[in-house]
Design a binder for this molecule. Structure first.
Ligand code: GLN
Length: 207
């Protein structure tokens, strides 16, 4: 079997960290900055960074419409933090002209976790990501992170914060071939989220 080619959108944000995590999970990785590069990938990661900046660059590089089209056609995509915002159909606390790619039937509130503190770590309850009660615990890093405030009927909640004042808040979701996390698994050595996305891409490629 040829290995899966997973793209990392490389306009802004923590591109290298995602590329390294995907490589560690056995995927072939390529960076995506142009429509032609988007056309060659079996799946795409939208990294964390600044969603307003990535939105502007997507439009400037004429990637927004091709990306919307490929996602509508079933391209598996995983968005982390700013990437989660970009995959949301609806956002709160966006800038006045902020657009998203969309695809996930959720309302995501920008900077919701990080109003008081910019960055923190929290334990997750995430059985669907291999972090259930009997599994090794998963610690997630949140950096000025959004949360998912409303989910449509087709959306599966993959992870919630398990302790502290934010307990119960939704930190990861999936809908069909789209997955999003409010946190940054790419900056930890725990690859369960990326492994799960590589499996999603493999299933989609086999179908
Ligand atoms: N607050 C950022 C935004 O709105 C996201 C932060 C991040 O990706 N770490 O895009």
């Amino acid at each position: 079997m040829t290995s899966l080619r997973i793209g990392v959108l490389a306009l802004q944000g923590d591109v290298r960290e995602h590329a390294a995590a995907l490589t560690a999970c056995g995927a072939e990785v390529s960076l995506v900055r142009r429509p032609g590069e988007l056309a060659t990938v079996d799946g795409l990661v939208l990294p964390g960074g600044e969603s307003t900046t990535i939105d502007k660059l997507l439009r400037r590089f004429e990637l927004m419409e091709p990306l919307r089209q490929r996602i509508a056609d079933g391209l598996p995509a995983y968005g982390s933090c700013a990437g989660m915002i970009l995959l949301a159909d609806r956002i709160a606390d966006g800038t006045h002209d902020q657009q998203t790619i969309g695809g996930l039937d959720v309302l995501v509130r920008r900077n919701a976790f990080g109003r008081q503190i910019d960055s923190f770590e929290e334990r997750l309850d995430a059985p669907a990501l291999g972090a259930g009660p009997d599994d090794p615990p998963m610690t997630a890093v949140f950096i000025r992170a959004p949360w998912v405030e409303e989910v449509g009927p087709a959306v599966e909640i993959l992870a919630t914060v398990s302790t502290g004042p934010k307990a119960g808040r939704i930190a990861a979701v999936r809908q069909g071939a789209l997955m999003a996390t409010a946190f940054h698994p790419e900056i930890s050595s725990d690859h369960r989220v990326h492994q799960s996305f590589v499996s999603m891409v493999g299933s989609a490629a086999a179908a």
